[in-house]
Design a binder for this molecule. Structure first.
Ligand SMILES: C[S@@+](CC[C@H](N)C(=O)[O-])C[C@H]1O[C@@H](n2cnc3c(N)ncnc32)[C@H](O)[C@@H]1O
Length: 290
């Protein structure tokens, strides 16, 4: 008991406890959990320090304790702090088997829907800076511009959302280093990506079917129509079980019967409605018909 109390007040190595204490870490942890559902395990204490220290400095505060008072009171500063604490690691064609499944098993039916004038809705949920979103868009469109016309002319929307402002800005910009697309099949890059110097610019016609928005999974979801496909990959790993259960339940409610949910390789479908989903590939689930 005495040891636990002593540990609580022990400074982090190399950091003055006057500037950043264990109590400060606990306070940040609790704010991030309440706002975003993100669980910061004790091992992340120094990461929190390094991510927030520049914001503490810029705010003119001398200590984390003072800065925490600011983020409690000031929504704008709180948003900056939460942005800084998100992990946005992503890359094109991550978990390639998802895109192969989409191209071979799902795309033909979506093309038929688009041709028949029916709406097609896809959601990249937790899209980070957009690499997943454009991997999805290029796979949907396919290599043949003529064949893709029903997607481009039809009622087809790919929604991409993220909590972090810088991620939303990156996904909206739709510009990457050409190198970043090295795993995307060349026959998909050719028609839909323009090389400008060392940069890859996603073609405007592709961007025309995309809507990028800021959305916190914990808040309301204003979407009107259900989705044919939801990608939510490598996001739930940051959440605890009750948050995962709620999130998966909301995704299931948001899918059409027969719609597909793609999740990260270390994630699983959970929660009270999980029986409505059938596993049809590696971390690919299909919602049962009615
Ligand atoms: C590791 S990235 C995953 C990106 C992409 N889905 C992939 O698999 O490559 C996780 C993303 O989830 C977002 N995120 C975390 N908590 C969120 C929340 N409560 N609401 C919405 N997005 C959140 C983060 O901002 C981050 O960009």
């Amino acid at each position: 008991m005495m040891q636990a109390v002593a540990e609580k007040f022990e400074p982090f190595p190399g950091i003055s406890a006057q500037v950043y204490s264990r109590a400060d870490f606990e306070a940040v942890r609790s704010i991030v959990y309440d706002v975003a559902g993100i669980v910061l395990p004790p091992g992340k204490a120094t990461l929190v320090y390094s991510r927030l220290a520049p914001l503490v400095r810029n705010s003119g505060k001398q200590t984390f304790a003072n800065y925490i008072d600011t983020i409690k009171a000031d929504e704008g500063e709180r948003r900056k702090a939460i942005n800084a604490l998100t992990t946005n690691h992503t890359f094109f064609y991550r978990e390639r088997h998802h895109f192969d499944h989409l191209a071979n098993e799902v795309r033909p039916a979506l093309l038929a829907k688009a041709k028949a004038g029916h709406p097609v809705r896809i959601w990249s949920a937790g899209c980070s800076t957009g690499e997943e979103l454009y991997s999805l868009a290029l796979t949907l469109l396919g290599p043949d511009k003529g064949e893709a016309a029903p997607f481009l002319r039809g009622d087809v929307i790919i929604l991409a959302t993220d909590l972090a402002d810088h991620a939303v800005a990156g996904a909206t910009a739709a510009k990457y280093e050409m190198d970043a697309l090295k795993d995307v099949p060349a026959e998909l890059v050719r028609p839909w990506v323009k090389q400008v110097g060392t940069e890859a610019h996603i073609a405007p016609e592709v961007c025309g079917m995309i809507r990028v928005k800021r959305l916190n999974f914990l808040g309301p979801w204003p979407m009107q129509r259900p989705f044919d496909i939801i990608f939510c990959r490598n996001v739930m790993i940051y959440f605890d079980q009750p948050t995962k259960d709620t999130l998966v339940t909301r995704f299931i409610d948001q899918l059409i019967p027969g719609g597909h949910l793609y999740i990260g390789h270390s994630e699983r479908v959970c929660g009270p409605k999980q029986d409505k989903m059938s596993l049809v590939g590696g971390t690919i689930y299909r919602k049962d018909e009615a």
